[in-house]
Design a binder for this molecule. Structure first.
Ligand code: UD1
Length: 367
């Protein structure tokens, strides 16, 4: 069978890598298309190297733009590429603009779509990602969910259960594979940073970083917390572009650095005393690692990280942030229950299911 993977933004790369590898093991022919949604070397190239993903076969070089511009550019550049390759399946990942753009193109061309990391819902339609998730899941032919809440959400939206497969979390497959390497490089990283004990911060959501009324108070609180525990803050280009002056004015304990590679960031997540973030994937990774995670959002599309993991939703309640920060420093992290099927084998399960699609029509879906 032939598969075409579409990736475009940083969080796609660690999800596609293990699925690509699992399909390669089964001898399937594969094509990798990079839309170019993320294009800076630190947001893209370094991940291909660290994760051992082959170079893209096709690069669409769309770059940045408004949501409409970016989505439209991906669609118009992707259509001739997918027509030229005629894959049996197109695989899309997560919830970024590249995901929904490729799904829209394939659904009109009647090319089958597999959505990896399907079914997650924040129930907040002000998030662009929520729109991308809703639309992609309506269009996909096979929906691979990381946790049972995904199956429940899809059932509520009327998606036929025969199309839905609870497989576990592919991002955790990558984490498990690369954690030993990340741990190996930690001593060097620690020496470079000359820090024994630290917290880690990431912020890039438009709802947090686009307006001064939200971002500047947040930065002030973080600056203050960094007096108690130095905070390493690898800054997303979106955040840097808007707030470079204000970031420079922060105390040296709030270390605003360039985005990190996969292994370096994983090493810091594992060894941080606390992580403060608005990322989706980091909520999952910290849960797996057992690191306390304080999420600066009102909601999460990954509720399992709150119910079973180390995640606490803070919203913009700075008093709660301070309390939870101190609790983490005192070692009062929530206990992690094992998460079903976050076991390093999610991509193997996906590859098995996809391989079956090439057999007789009756065997293509559940039952
Ligand atoms: C995108 C995803 C988001 C994901 C995030 C991970 C969507 C709607 N959003 O958000 O779900 O969590 O990636 O990082 O798809 N920029 C650069 N260099 C780059 C890429 C972006 O400088 O390589 C800057 C540009 O100013 C750009 C801005 O970042 O306009 C935003 O980039 P974009 O891809 O639109 O969204 P992200 O915020 O990265």
């Amino acid at each position: 069978m032939t598969f075409l993977h579409v990736v475009g933004a940083r969080p796609n790369f660690m999800k596609a890598a293990p699925v690509y590898r699992a399909l390669a093991k089964r001898g399937h022919k594969q094509t990798l298309v990079h839309t170019g949604q993320h294009y800076d070397a630190l947001m893209s190239d370094v991940f291909f190297k660290a994760l051992d993903i082959p170079n893209p076969d096709e690069s669409l070089n769309v770059g940045s733009g408004s949501h409409a511009q970016q989505t439209a550019a991906i669609m118009s550049r992707f259509e001739p590429v997918v027509l030229a390759h005629k894959p049996d399946f197109v695989l899309v990942y997560g919830d970024v603009n590249s995901t929904v753009a490729a799904a829209l193109v394939c659904s009109k061309l009647r090319i089958r779509i597999g959505h990896v990391e399907s079914g997650l819902r924040s129930f907040d339609r002000s998030m662009p990602e929520e729109i991308n998730r809703l639309v992609t899941d309506q269009l996909a032919d096979l929906l691979f969910t990381p946790s049972i809440d995904g199956d429940e959400n899809l059932a509520r939206e009327g998606i036929a259960k025969e199309k839905v497969f609870l497989v576990g979390n592919v991002m955790i497959d990558t984490l498990i594979r690369f954690l030993p390497k990340a741990e190996e490089l930690f001593p060097v990283l620690k020496a470079e940073l000359s820090l024994d004990s630290f917290g880690l911060v990431t912020l890039h959501r438009p709802s947090n970083v686009d307006n001064e009324t939200t971002f500047l108070p947040m930065l002030k609180v973080l600056d203050r917390l960094s007096q108690e525990l130095p905070l390493i803050f690898p800054v997303h280009p979106r955040t840097r572009e808007k707030w470079s002056v204000q970031l420079e004015q922060c105390s040296p304990n709030l270390r605003a650095i360039t985005p990190l590679g996969y292994l370096e960031f994983l090493a810091l997540q594992k060894n941080a005393r606390v992580v403060i973030t608005d990322s989706g994937g980091i909520q999952e990774e910290t849960t797996y690692l057992g690191t306390p995670c304080l999420t600066l959002r009102e909601n999460t599309e990954r509720p399992i990280t709150v119910t079973l993991g180390t995640n606490v939703l803070i919203g913009r309640d700075w008093e709660l942030l301070r309390r939870q920060f101190h609790k983490a420093l005192d070692g009062g992290c929530k206990q992690v229950a094992p998460l079903p099927m976050w076991d390093g084998n999610a991509s193997e399960r996906i590859a098995d299911i996809l391989s079956r699609q090439g057999l007789s029509p009756a065997s293509t879906l559940h039952g």
